[in-house]
Design a protein around this ligand. Structure first.
Ligand SMILES: [Zn+2]
Length: 157
């Protein structure tokens, strides 16, 4: 294709979707965005990054759709990496939570054991109080019977 088949503009017609740094050509100049204006051609209307010295250029040409495709893939890779890092973070948090819960359940287990010991002590105390009371009742009854037997003997006399 000769230069006369192409008219170029500074590229306001189509803009890159992504916010990446602009492409640089082989002369290390920012490659402006341009559109093929050659009507009827296979690439008519197709946007590209070309050398700023075009047509006397270093020959640098990148089709925007191809660049976008590449950048989309880069974006997706970055997203996947970010997602991966986030998942890693979530897993770390979950592991920490599990450890906390395990510790908490260990503490609960210890508390339960303490309560069991305490309840044993209480039961023993209750039994001894019950025994004391039985003794007291026994004393009272025997005292009443003793008194009553005297009373009966006195009545009999
Ligand atoms: Zn160049």
């Amino acid at each position: 294709m000769s230069a006369s088949n192409h008219t170029v503009d500074s590229g306001s017609s189509s803009r890159s979707r992504s916010e990446h740094p602009p492409s640089r050509c082989y002369c290390n100049q920012v490659a402006p965005l341009r559109t093929v204006r050659f009507n009827g051609g296979r690439n008519a209307g197709r946007a590209f990054y070309g050398c700023s010295g075009w047509p006397d250029s270093c020959g640098f040409l990148r089709w925007v759709d191809e660049v976008d495709e590449l950048r989309d893939m880069e974006d997706k890779l970055m997203e996947a990496a970010t997602e991966n890092a986030e998942l890693r973070l979530q897993i770390d948090q979950l592991e920490r939570r599990v450890r906390e819960l395990l510790n908490a359940s260990k503490n609960k287990q210890e508390q339960i054991e303490e309560l069991a010991i305490e309840s044993d002590v209480m039961r023993e105390r209750m039994y001894s109080a019950y025994a004391d009371r039985k003794l007291l009742v026994f004393c009272v009854i025997s005292w009443v019977m003793f008194f009553f037997s005297f009373y009966v003997e006195e009545l009999a006399l």
